[in-house]
Write a protein that binds this ligand. Structure first.
Ligand code: IPD
Ligand code: CA
Length: 282
């Protein structure tokens, strides 16, 4: 199986590069914007086109493999993680950035077997940074090994988090309550790249100590999860337990002690899981 997964990973890298080229070209053109679950949950034809490009190509090469793709799920495909080899795809992580030309957009491709991420590829396509990791074999950016920050003191840390795509007043209250707690530790700063995958790659690269968010989806974090752990970082749930990729909650940090300290400040809640059954028609 080993060589088969390497073949799959090489294919993912090639596809991420090709997809990134499409995204870069689309950034120079007019973009028509649609909405999904809320008025700030954006999607464009480029998101859909790039996801199709990736899925079609993988289907030809690996016909038995399964998929969880952001735009396919939005179109009604199931979002269930099984033990089967599964490609988890976000064609554009940072769609709001893409719409506005804010220069952090990533193509994210994760691959799981037995529900464990075997490899992850995150291509930050404006920066032209290709982040890759295969389980047990280290993490890389453009082929160079990367490592998390050696910082031990949370008060000398940069924390990344996001505002997500819900403007429900209760959700917003949780977000600000957590941010108030984190800022009061105090920490050096809070940052938002506007893409979960990029925030996690910033942790893996050592320029951000910790990233947390509630409301992300599995396609935002699957690929980057293995990149963080292979760079020496830790993943955990926002309440401190084991991370669950389908729970829509994540903390990614350079070390456990920093993750533990941040978790104490997170005003947590439970969004509807990615693998929740669809609501029944009334
Ligand atoms: C979003 C981005 C954003 C995060 C949201 C994600 P999308 O993904 O990663 O940073 O706050 O939770 O859904 O919609 O741009 O693919
Ligand atoms: Ca997306």
């Amino acid at each position: 199986m080993t060589d088969l997964w390497q073949d799959a990973m090489d294919h993912a890298v090639a596809l991420a590069r090709k997809a990134g080229q499409v995204v870069r070209e689309a950034l120079l053109a007019e973009r028509s914007v649609m909405t999904k679950n809320s008025c700030v949950d954006l999607v464009t034809q480029t998101d859909q086109k790039v996801e199709q490009l990736i899925i079609q190509s993988v289907k030809e090469k690996f016909p038995s493999h399964k998929f969880i793709g952001e735009e396919s799920v939005a179109a009604g495909q199931p979002s269930a993680l099984t033990d089967l080899p599964t490609w988890i795809i976000d064609p554009i992580d940072g769609t709001t950035n893409f719409v506005h030309g804010f220069p952090f957009v990533a193509v994210s491709i994760g691959f799981t077997v037995n529900r464990q991420v075997e490899f992850g590829v995150v291509y930050s396509c404006v920066e032209d940074k290709m982040f890759t990791a295969r389980r047990g074999r280290g993490a890389f950016c453009n082929g160079e090994p990367i490592q998390v920050s050696a910082q031990e003191d949370v008060r000398q840390s940069i924390v990344a988090t996001e505002f997500g795509s819900s403007r429900d007043p209760e959700v917003v209250a949780h977000i600000f309550s957590s941010m108030r707690g984190v800022l009061s530790i105090p920490v050096h700063g809070i940052r938002s790249a506007g893409t979960a995958a990029t925030n996690m790659c910033l942790v893996a690269s050592g320029c951000v100590e910790v990233y947390y968010e509630i409301g992300v989806h599995v396609w935002d974090i699957a690929a980057a999860a293995v990149i963080v752990s292979e760079a020496g970082g830790v993943l955990m749930d926002v309440d401190g337990g084991d991370v669950d990729l389908m729970s829509r909650r994540v903390v990614a940090a350079n070390r456990k002690s920093i993750a533990d300290r941040i978790v104490k400040e997170i005003d947590s809640f439970c969004p509807v899981r990615d693998d929740a059954p669809p609501p029944r028609a009334q």
